[in-house]
Design a protein around this ligand. Structure first.
Ligand code: B4P
Length: 190
């Protein structure tokens, strides 16, 4: 199985690149952000709980997102592999993911980490906020909080995967196509 963690700060291009990779490598796309936004749209109890947290730019609880990923893995028993987009975001989530995959006799193949400077992230997210309607993209102080959450709780996970010799860092500035080529070349050499 090919199991990829697509990693990077908010706005780095994780969702954008995941959409290209799922077609090329025939993988199942698991985006915790998309799943949570789906729950909000459907008006579920979980969605109501997550909405206020996401609108502030904070991270949703580990318990909720780990439960979501666990059930999605169970629902796709015959997949070629998965792209984890926006998950894991904390040490607890990374440990839980290793355990869930090991229970299924598989593991993470690689973490692909997109590197983009803060000024570009803010520019991209504010631009998306103008037409996406996403509350967390509209306001610069909420975007700053998301970047802060990433630096404090999520960026340290690079060390977790580097220790397993699974980390590849990729420059995330440039055209979507050029970045996709760089990701493809790392994946093809795994
Ligand atoms: P996510 O949905 O994961 O959103 P994101 O970090 O903003 O990244 P996204 O994938 O959407 O953006 P992309 O970089 O592709 O998270 C939202 C919230 O959900 C979190 O703040 C948190 O509250 C919650 N959450 C999600 N997962 C969680 C977890 N595991 N634990 C706890 N909480 C969780 O693209 C951004 C923009 O850049 C787009 O407009 C795109 O068109 C543009 N872009 C992409 N590539 C570009 C390029 N090369 N050049 C120019 N623009 C580009």
């Amino acid at each position: 199985m090919l199991n990829l963690v697509l990693f990077g700060p908010p706005g780095a291009g994780k969702g954008t690149q995941s959409n290209l990779l799922i077609d090329k490598y025939n993988l199942v796309h698991l985006s915790t952000g998309d799943i949570l936004r789906g729950e909000i749209k459907a008006g579920t109890t979980l969605g109501l709980e997550a909405k206020a947290i996401m609108d502030r730019g904070d991270l949703v609880s580990d318990e909720i997102v780990i439960g979501m990923i666990s059930s999605k893995l169970d629902n796709n028993p015959n997949s070629n592999g998965f792209i984890f987009d926006g998950f894991p975001r904390t040490a607890a989530q990374a440990n839980a993911l290793d355990n869930l995959l090991s229970d299924k006799g598989t593991s993470i193949s690689a973490m692909l980490s997109l590197k983009v400077e803060d000024a570009e992230l803010i520019k991209r997210l504010l631009a998306r906020g103008q037409d996406s309607g996403r509350a967390d993209d509209k306001n610069e102080s909420i975007i700053a909080n998301r970047i802060n959450e990433y630096n404090n709780k999520t960026a340290p996970l690079k060390d977790f995967y580097a220790a397993q010799k699974k980390l590849s860092e990729i420059e995330g500035l440039g055209s979507v196509e050029d970045i996709a080529k760089k990701l493809n070349s790392v994946i093809d050499n795994l």
